[in-house]
Design a protein around this ligand. Structure first.
Ligand SMILES: [Ca+2]
Ligand SMILES: [Ca+2]
Length: 414
């Protein structure tokens, strides 16, 4: 069953919308009811414009969801400044928006365009009053308040199957840039940079290849306590509905995470066309192995995934829940991942946010649903697709939906 975004009449489903999301057992107080009506109206308006029903959200008890901003087209990646301004990249429009909630009602009431005419802009990171932006081949820096932009890094590998670059600042102050593969499954010509995570000094002056064997790691973040780097990698397509899984990797400098030859716990991909002799084993050394090697031997030299999610879930942004910003103690240090959802699987998967529980050992224990409702499994109707994530200074979690053109704001129980 392929998911579809189709014309519905489901008014009842619309009206179920936000009240379901709040999961409140008590009737809402008058003020809350009014707010919920406003939000339902926004959702219905946005959904109706696309001929779709409004989502019927489900969140754990006590969590609340609002529409922070609507009619945004295709918002993608997010970051916040310390004053709470939310910055949004719109790859298809080639611009970056700044959204502010000046009266504290949880909905944006100011919008300005920070950058225009930046083709393919995708990754975004706020740093010291500036935004670093990643388009396919270039890292840019622009004042967050607006102004002329400068090139920090040029000459990243362009195009191919995965042109959406990501940029994040690590706790070491370096810019970490993920460069997806050019293909679904191949031995890349550019073994130095393709399928890697690369880092640069803050001024773009240096380059180090951190890890390779990563097909497309869009979501990555550092655990707030251990400062360890974790990332979600997309497995190859066209291997059926269940293989290979999406991966959560503990990304360590110098490690190879296996793509395209291995997946998960060092399993050989039985359908890969890539010969080990044409692969470079270690990040930063582009020299191919150059001699025949059984694929099982190659995989034994790579790093296994720590946790896997169902094939084709399509993990996008991943963020750790920060300490000290109002989330329940048991949630702090866990991760939230946006699963945009499958496109080449009979039974669709993903279309939700999941919480990845991290244990005292500093690693993940399990993934469980956090926000659902983007997909009606019974009908196959898609109500939206989550992509970007960012936490505000007050602990609110912003989520972009590049299908309904919305940004949601989720707040924990107070
Ligand atoms: Ca407002
Ligand atoms: Ca892997």
């Amino acid at each position: 069953m392929a998911p579809t975004l189709r014309t519905p009449a489901a008014i009842a489903a619309c009206l179920a919308g936000l009240l379901a999301a709040t999961a409140l057992a008590e009737p809402l107080p008058a003020e809350e009811r009014q707010r919920a009506l406003v939000h339902r109206h926004t959702l219905q308006t946005a959904a109706a414009a696309l001929g779709a029903p409004a989502p019927a959200w489900q969140l754990p008890p006590g969590f609340q969801l609002q529409v922070f901003a609507s009619a945004l087209g295709h918002p993608r990646m997010l970051d916040t400044g310390p004053d709470g301004t939310l910055y949004v990249t719109r790859r298809d429009a080639g611009d970056v928006l700044a959204l502010r909630d000046t009266d504290g009602d949880g909905q944006a009431d100011e919008q300005r365009t920070v950058v225009r005419g930046l083709e393919g802009v995708h990754g975004i990171a706020w740093r010291d009053g500036s935004l670093v932006l990643a388009s396919s081949t270039t890292l840019w820096r622009v004042p967050a308040g607006g102004g002329s932009r400068e090139r920090l890094v040029t000459g990243l590998p362009d195009g191919g199957q995965h042109p959406n670059r990501m940029v994040r600042f690590g706790p070491d102050g370096w810019m970490y840039v993920s460069i997806g593969s050019s293909c679904n499954d191949c031995a890349e010509e550019n073994q130095l940079e393709r399928g890697t995570l690369i880092r640069y000094a803050p001024d773009g002056s240096r380059r180090e290849v951190v890890a390779n064997g990563l097909r497309n790691t869009i979501g990555y973040d550092w655990h707030p306590a251990t400062r360890a780097l974790w990332g979600m990698d997309h497995g190859s397509d066209f291997r059926g509905d269940t293989l290979p899984p999406e991966e959560l990797n503990h990304i360590l400098p110098g490690a190879n995470y296996g793509w395209p030859i291995c997946y998960g716990a060092r399993h050989v991909d039985g359908m890969t066309q890539a010969p080990p002799e044409r692969m470079a084993l270690r990040p930063g050394d582009p020299t191919p192995i150059g001699r025949p090697m059984p694929r099982s031997e190659y995989c034994a030299l790579t790093a296994p995934a720590t946790l896997t999610l169902p094939a084709h879930s399509a993990p996008m942004a991943m963020r750790f829940i920060p300490f000290g910003r109002g989330w329940p103690e048991a949630w702090q240090g866990d991760a939230i991942v946006a699963l945009r959802g499958s496109w080449n699987r009979r039974e669709p998967v993903g279309y939700k946010l999941q919480r990845i529980r991290f244990g005292d050992h500093g690693g993940p224990n399990a993934a469980e649903d956090f926000l659902t409702g983007f997909l009606d499994k019974a009908s196959g109707v898609v109500h939206g697709r989550p992509v970007g994530l960012a936490f505000g200074p007050d602990g609110a979690l912003f989520v972009s939906d590049d299908t309904l053109g919305l940004i949601y704001r989720i707040t924990p129980p107070r």
